[in-house]
Design a protein around this ligand. Structure first.
Ligand code: MTE
Length: 320
């Protein structure tokens, strides 16, 4: 993604890392008190009554990992969410962000344009848990238990027209809640004369990609609602693509016939391909994509084509 920083951020300072036994004991203590929000560690599920009884959802055993699940603490403390900061400590800056109530506008080339309330939507479409690998273009990775539902389930409800070829998604624009969305007089010469990010964040998939069984709309993680820093209340997860395609905190989904632009590809196209399929053979201009560092164990593993999801998605890109 951006060239702002060579990614050394997985080296989380010791002072910020809660030793796991303390963290786990704290969880047990809070669980015993019936408290699931773990504010003191920055793991802040939305903690709303709208989700009562929905989490944890049943795990779908079809989606298997080849590595341990990443520690919840790391997944909540090492985030990319540029609306708040270009650093990884998003959790420190997220308090003012309001994720309830939340609606998503579905528009464009569909029979049934509508505005959906997320707290109602999660009661209408069955939730399931899936274990997915998550590979960032910055060469770090995690393995995450996401809860959500297939994007296809939503698409089927709104009945796309025959000329809908792409699905474009957009994040909120709220400068009063997200400090990095405030207009700032800052220019970065690396971005060919542009002065600031083109908010709101936007992403897109082809219709075939969006309908693929892996494309997942996520509302929960580790058996509870998403914390804000992970993209509450609803985000996309497309695990065969670099993480920047997995747009957070979605407010709008639009079906189009023409190929839409995407945030990173428009802003800094070199190294941020439109499709952004994980591919170890195509280096980023500043680093190799052959390996990835797992953020909690710091184990270095070889990166696999399509992040190892070849059997699910390779047909989408096969040349006839
Ligand atoms: N979505 C929005 N709206 N803003 C962002 O900055 N960052 C992307 C993606 N979705 C981003 C976003 C990137 S680069 C990555 S790697 C993942 O979110 C990180 O998701 P995580 O913090 O849950 O691991």
């Amino acid at each position: 993604m951006a060239y702002l920083k060579i990614p050394k951020g997985w080296e989380i300072p010791e002072r910020e890392a809660t030793p796991e036994h303390i963290f786990l004991n704290r969880r047990k203590f809070l669980a015993a008190m019936g408290i699931t929000a773990i504010g003191a560690t920055g793991i802040l599920p939305r903690f709303s009554t709208a989700a009562d009884g929905l989490y944890p959802a049943q795990r779908n055993p079809r989606y298997k990992l080849d590595r341990p699940i990443t520690t919840e603490w790391h997944t909540a403390h090492y985030n990319n969410f540029y609306e708040f900061t270009e650093e990884k400590d998003v959790w420190k800056l997220i308090d003012r962000f309001r994720t309830e109530p939340w609606t998503i506008k579905i528009t464009g080339k569909v029979q049934k344009e509508q505005t959906l309330d997320v707290s109602q939507l999660i009661r209408q479409i069955p939730l399931e848990e899936r274990l997915y690998r998550h590979r960032c273009v910055e060469a770090w990775s995690m393995a995450v238990p996401w809860t959500g539902f297939p994007l296809k389930a939503l698409i089927d409800r709104v009945e796309p027209k025959s000329d809908a070829k792409y699905v474009r998604m957009e994040t909120f624009f709220r400068p009063s809640q997200a400090p990095n969305q405030k207009e700032q007089n800052r220019s970065n010469p690396l971005f060919s004369g542009r002065t600031w990010y083109p908010w709101p964040y936007y992403e897109a998939l082809t219709m075939a990609e969006a309908m693929n069984e892996l494309s997942f709309l996520v509302t929960g993680i580790y058996g509870h609602e998403l914390p804000k820093q992970n993209g509450a209340p609803i985000r996309l997860v497309v695990p065969w693509k670099y993480g920047f395609k997995s747009i957070k905190s979605i407010v709008k989904i639009e079906f189009t016939s023409r190929k839409p632009g995407t945030f990173w590809n428009d802003f800094a196209p070199v190294g941020n391909d439109w499709f952004a399929n994980v591919n170890p053979a195509v280096p980023h201009p500043e680093w190799s994509q052959e390996k990835e560092t797992i953020i909690d164990t710091r184990e270095v593993r070889p990166t696999r084509l399509y992040n190892g999801y070849n059997s699910f998605v390779a047909h989408l890109y096969a040349k006839s």
